[in-house]
Design a protein. Structure first.
Length: 416
């Protein structure tokens, strides 16, 4: 992929530029910067949307970790989870910020015990969840668990928490659980807006800081109400390990960009990188876009046997740094010429992250003009290519590259 950088003169300054700059940067100015305060009431990225945030102090940057569902579905057990924690550390991924090891559906027995408590499935987790949490914590990692705001989870193989929220939150806290993904199957038809706040409150009262990840599949536009009760909310249905699924979820999630920020994030579902259904360039696009849009970076492959390409994609420090940037503004699709797209967003220190994305079926040139990405036309930048790990200095006006089908280029632009 050849990269070329054109230049544009001052004459290009015009109404369009001014409007674009205003739109992008009005948001930056108003965006919620991370705060350690437990009582946060921040303005969101754009449009001055006031966000009342969950008071658990978590999720100041998008969560990073691993979840069992995309690769293993119900085939999980304690040895797998322990080996995954081991691999998270030995691969170097833990040191890059991946910290949560999250159980998804199917960790529990079919029924509660005689006291109404949820119990770990003895055949798969004979040592219990507390012992598993202790093990994961001993590796410097955190343990996540899964439940459902209905009578049973989606697999139907274990109870949901509806009507048992306080008891279950206390159980999870007593086990040392750090994260709850809360699904929406087998509910009685009432609104998630009624059911999810009950668990949010129960977690807050559980005596342990527990990250709350809502999973109602974007059904009732959770971006508009979930920031006050959760740290992230799914904006879409389930991802599958295919290009069309991944691109469709990216597009659906984009609509909610202005609602994301430190403390609460849009979640277009977990990563499929390494699961085999996409090409390397498609996975590079998947990871780049998820990073740019401040999506949770929850790995969904088998960490014990990932190949070196998968590890290289998941461990790109510079891409991770975009995702974890303290400004916490979700990047957006800012230009779309059919399948040739520019996605961009502001970073701290006046930097700008840009993805040039060729979603078409043949090689093409994709160009981002400064007016597309919120830079003044006179701005001169240094452009860091996050996948090539090279820097080109003194770029004017636009950045452009020839990009293969389904591939992307990702840059951080630093104004001089
Ligand atoms: C779905 C959810 C998936 C996974 C699955 C487990 O509702 O969206 O991410 O958790 O249930 O059954």
């Amino acid at each position: 992929m050849a990269t070329s950088f054109g230049s544009r003169g001052r004459s290009a300054v015009g109404v369009v530029v001014v409007i674009a700059v205003c739109i992008l940067y009005a948001g930056v100015a108003a965006s919620g910067r991370p705060t350690t305060s437990a009582s946060m009431d921040l303005l969101s990225a754009r449009g001055g949307i006031r966000r009342k945030l969950l008071k658990n102090g978590l999720g100041l940057t998008p969560q990073m970790g691993w979840n069992s569902w995309n690769h293993f579905h119900c085939n999980i057990n304690e040895n797998l989870i322990k080996a995954t924690a081991d691999a998270m550390v030995s691969s170097g991924l833990a040191a890059l910020g991946y910290e949560y090891i999250n159980l998804d559906d199917c960790w529990g027995e079919l029924n509660r015990d005689s006291k109404g408590n949820m119990v770990a499935k003895a055949s798969a987790f004979p040592s219990g969840i507390k012992a598993l949490a202790d093990y994961v914590h001993s590796k410097g990692l955190k343990l996540g668990i899964y439940s459902d705001a209905g009578s049973r989870t989606c697999s139907q193989t274990m109870p949901g928490s509806l009507g048992h929220e306080e008891q279950d939150a206390k159980t999870f806290a007593s086990w040392g659980v750090d994260y709850l993904k809360y699904d929406n199957c087998n509910n009685p038809g009432t609104s998630p807006k009624e059911r999810y706040p009950i668990m949010s409150k129960a977690l807050l009262n559980s005596g342990r800081k527990i990250f709350f990840s809502l999973c109602e599949w974007g059904q009732e536009d959770p971006a508009t109400w979930a920031p006050s009760i959760g740290n992230s909310w799914r904006t879409t249905g389930d991802i599958s390990d295919h290009w069309d699924s991944m691109t469709s979820l990216a597009d659906q999630n984009d609509k909610w960009a202005s609602y994301a920020g430190p403390g609460g994030w849009n979640d277009p579902d977990m990563l499929e990188v390494g699961n085999g259904g996409m090409t390397t360039e498609e996975y590079r696009s998947h990871f780049s876009i998820w990073a740019l849009v401040k999506a949770p970076l929850l790995i969904g492959c088998d960490l014990r046997s990932m190949d070196s390409t998968t590890l290289e994609l998941l461990s790109n420090k510079e891409v991770i740094a975009v995702n974890q940037d303290r400004l916490g503004v979700q990047g957006k699709k800012v230009k779309s010429d059919g399948n040739l797209q520019v996605w961009a967003g502001p970073l701290s220190a006046n930097k700008v992250a840009v993805v040039l994305w060729n979603r078409g079926s043949s090689t093409a040139t994709v160009t981002a003009s400064w007016s597309d990405i919120g830079l003044k036309s006179t701005t001169v930048v240094d452009a860091r290519d996050l996948w090539m790990h090279t820097t080109q200095s003194s770029i004017n006006g636009q950045i452009s590259a020839d990009i293969d089908s389904h591939a992307c280029k990702m840059y951080v632009l630093t104004p001089q």
